[in-house]
Design a protein around this ligand. Sequence first.
Ligand code: PEP
Length: 254
Amino acid sequence: MTERRKLIAGNWKMNGLKTDGVALARAVAAQRAAAGPSAASAVDLLVCPPATLVWPVAEAVAGTGLAVGGQDCHPKVSGAHTGDISAAMLAEAGCTAVIVGHSERRQDHGEGDALIAAKAAAAHAAGLMAIICVGETETERDRGDAGTVVQRQLTGSIPPGATAANTVIAYEPVWAIGTGRTATATDVAEIHALIRADLVRRLATGNGVRILYGGSVKPANARDLMAVPDVDGALVGGASLKADEFWAIAMSCP
Ligand code: PEP
């Protein structure tokens, strides 16, 4: 059986100024150091600050084992793209990963699957791990279309060249993000099994690709969610803004 290390990734979204962000990242790194080598080596930890904080946060946690990622990148390497940031810029600032296709980007910026695939390919070209987000809206789930929607997003958003080493999939039902509602273990198991089957069908290393669950993950529900088959970690929004909660989620991994 393929071993997949659990990954707990924090998406800070548009929160925090430099002092807060550096302090939060240092606090997470300190929790990891205090827990000792066996706890620390059990799970990969990643924080994704706002773009302006990537550099100072990466400097603050260099050498601690806490990885830093971006929240988005442009598909192009450079050019006339006001307000955007390239994958190479994130890598230079100390990132090893970037989230692409988060539902807030899909909704707020009208991003579609082809663009997300191009962003993931740009991340790979810059040596970053792409965390590709997929997930259905409430209306789509109520219509019974959750599986179809996720399948379509996977087909369109995973670029050629994706491997277990450079790609992570995050299943985030849109109705569960920031709402306090979480999908049931049965629903999560069903969609993660669908994602795994798709990855195995399409990628030589599909069995090794990590699949994260995201959507109101908290210390109180993390243990149950992390025990679901094919859940290889979590993408955490609100609870990643508190070092204690983020660390408690990491320590809930079986
Ligand atoms: C997210 O933004 O990816 C997320 C899952 O947010 P929350 O944990 O707050 O629902």
